[in-house]
Every structure is written in C-alpha cells, then in structure tokens.
Design a binder for this molecule. Structure first.
Ligand SMILES: Cc1ncc(COP(=O)(O)O)c(C=O)c1O
Length: 370
C-alpha cells in the first residue's frame, strides 16, 4: 500500500495547535467533553487484554434501540477511521472496483487509492443540493465491483439520504451481491437520526460510526463497524487482530460507562448545536457573497463563494488565520476548489461561533478583488 498523508489531517486544528485558533469553525464534531464531566468509576478496572470483538456489554449498548441488531454484529474499532481502514483493506484488492461519493471524508477515498483498486467517483453537486444519484451508482457497477461506499449524514455537506434512496441502494447491493458501506459517523449529531443503523436492514450493509462526532469524545478513539454477515465479520476481526488485537481496556470501559448515561448529555448537546444552527442560518441569509445548501444532518455545511472570480481565496484563508485567529476547512481538504469551505457549527459556544461568523464576513470583505 502506498501511504500518503492527507491534507485534512496534516492541516487539522490538532496538528496546527488548538491554542493558535481562537474561533475554531473547522471542527466537525460537537464540543469535546472533559473526563471530569463523565461521572466514571474506574478504580476496579483491570488493565488486561479484553475481548477482541470488544466488550460484549459495550457492543450491546452500541446497538441498543437499533431494530433487531445484537452485539454479535458489532466489532469495536479504533475510531470510525479504524473501521474504514479494516473494511476497505479486507474487501478491496488491486483488481477490484469501488464506487464512492466525492467530496467525502478523505479516508473513504485515500485508503482505496492506497490499495490501488479502480475507483468510480460519484460527484455530488451543489446545484443538485448534493443529492446522491442512485441511478448513476447503478450504472457504474461492473463485474468486479466489490464495494459501494456512501457517507450519510454526509461530510462535508450535511446532506442526508432519503429512506427511498437508501432502500434503492440496498436493493442494488443485494441484487448485485456487493457490499454497501454506509459511513454513519455523523448520525444523531444536532439533528436526531430517525432510523436505526442501516446495517439493520440487510446482510449486505456495513455501518460505521463512533463516539467522536455526536458526543464530543474523539480522543477516546472508539468507533465500530456493524454487519450481520458472520463470515465477513470474521475477516474484519482477523484484520483487527493483525493490527492491534483489541482496543484499550480503559477506552472501552469509559465508552461503556458513557453510553449508559448518554441521554443525559444529548439534550444539552442538541440544544447548543441548534442554537448555533439558527445563528448560522441568519448569517447565511445576510452574507450575500456566499451560497449554501442547508445541512440536514451532522454539524457541518459546505458553503461556496457565489462569485469566486471576485475573491482572492488565498488571501481569504490567510486573513482568517492570521488576523482573525479563525479557522474553517478549505475545499482542498475534500479535493474540491478552495472557493468552497467546510464550516462546523457544533464545536464552539454560541458567542465564539457568532464572532467567528462575523470574522469570516470581515475576511471576505478584505479579500474582494477590486
Ligand atoms: C465521515 C467520517 N467518517 C469517519 C471519520 C473518522 O472519525 P473517528 O474520529 O471516529 O475516527 C470522520 C472524521 O472526520 C468522518 O468525517
């Protein structure tokens, strides 16, 4: 495999240094939680090797309330990123074909690229409200297609696939005997996701999610993949065992104790995100230089400059960072032009968020070409 660092990771706030960014609108998660907020009891925890699939109690919590899914269909991984790596490397070889959405979270594209398989990109378009064209996916299927990879709620646009679109894709995967990877890492973030993990609907679906985005626990590095096909789960487990045997006993115990009390956190998280979302809508309404398809899921959106030829985008990002200590996610993080940017509305508090938006407006004014 050919490993190359991805711009979204190289230039991420944690790599740049959180302290250098006052108005961090580049994040795609809700506010990070502190250890002291979690009401944990860890004194009797033994730091031993743990079940390779993940603690059964934790796996049970992960699928609680998700239809008929049970813990046997869950593999705990090192974040959703770990799950995506395992799935892609376990299912794809050089001679295989993948269909994947673009733009997307880089890992969903760069891991298959590093494997060297052939790839058909389904390019989502602003003009089509970032909707997934299922018929185009169907037309792209080849005899060697092993995987269709979608992300919903979507990063970086916040687009949410409809029930009908999901149904059509599942039918396609079943009919053609192809696995359908559904990256659901942004489910339940700000807007409550109204359906169970898509993997509950078919053995051909593999769902991925984590504690990172919806709960603000990315530092735990706990995610999971869910699939009802026992044979393929055995292969995923083999991959996990080869990479790191099991997750950390400490991370899993913290995750388990947190998930048992998650509802008491969610109310607060949701109301904060919704307050910021209202401010975002008001700001977009008055900021005429930008246009944006409003998100239906997650805590990010992907606005663009209405007249890119009138903006010096390089200067815009420079102004933002240097003079306003403000950060957003530039288009190139998602292999898109820099006149698009990702804006996160879940991570900072209301005051910081609204000031961050004003900073963006001022940086735009200073970057307009005369
Ligand atoms: C769509 C998507 N999937 C997966 C991940 C990885 O998340 P985690 O922190 O759980 O590894 C991200 C992170 O940004 C993401 O945007």
């Amino acid at each position: 495999m050919l490993y190359l660092r991805m711009p979204i990771e190289k230039e991420s706030p944690e790599e740049v240094g959180y302290d250098s960014i006052r108005y961090n609108l580049a994040e795609s998660s809700v506010t990070d939680l502190k250890f002291e907020e979690l009401n944990l009891d860890l004194n009797s925890l033994k730091l031993e090797y743990i079940a390779h699939r993940g603690n059964p109690l934790l796996r049970k919590e992960i699928v609680a309330g998700h239809g008929t899914l049970n813990e046997n269909s869950v593999l705990v991984t090192n974040g959703a990123a770990g799950a995506l790596f395992i799935i892609n490397t376990a299912l794809l070889n050089k001679e295989d074909h993948l269909i994947v959405l673009r733009p997307n979270y880089s890992t969903n594209i760069e891991v298959p690229k590093a494997i060297g398989c052939s790839i058909t990109y389904i390019d989502l378009k602003f003009e089509e409200d970032w909707r997934v064209r299922v018929h185009e996916i169907a037309n792209a299927v080849r005899t060697n297609t092993r995987l269709i990879s979608i992300t919903t709620p979507h990063n970086p646009t916040g687009m949410l696939m409809t029930g009908e679109e999901r149904k059509l894709l599942i039918a396609l995967a079943e009919q053609k005997n192809i696995f359908l990877l559904v990256d659901e890492t942004y489910r339940d973030t700000c807007f409550k996701t109204s359906y169970p993990y898509v993997a509950a609907e078919s053995k051909k679906v593999i769902s991925v999610a984590s504690l990172s985005k919806a709960y603000g626990l990315p530092g735990l590095r706990i995610g999971w993949l869910i699939c009802q096909d026992d044979l393929i789960m055995e292969r995923f487990l083999a991959a996990k065992e080869m990479i790191y045997i099991s997750n950390s006993a400490l991370d899993e115990e913290v995750s388990y104790q947190f998930l048992k009390q998650k509802d008491s956190f969610l109310k607060n998280i949701t109301s904060r995100c919704q307050q910021n979302f209202t401010a975002l809508q008001k700001w977009l309404h008055k900021e005429n230089s930008l246009e944006c398809v409003l998100p239906e899921g997650g805590v990010v959106c992907f606005p663009r400059f209405r007249n890119p030829e009138k903006i010096d985008t390089e200067k815009f990002y420079q102004e933002l960072v240097q003079n306003y200590k403000t950060m957003v996610g530039p288009g190139h993080w998602f292999a898109m032009p820099d006149y698009y940017f990702r804006l996160g509305f879940g991570w900072v508090d209301y005051g910081t968020f609204t000031q961050g938006l004003e900073n963006i407006s001022e940086a735009i004014r200073k970057s307009e070409k005369v």
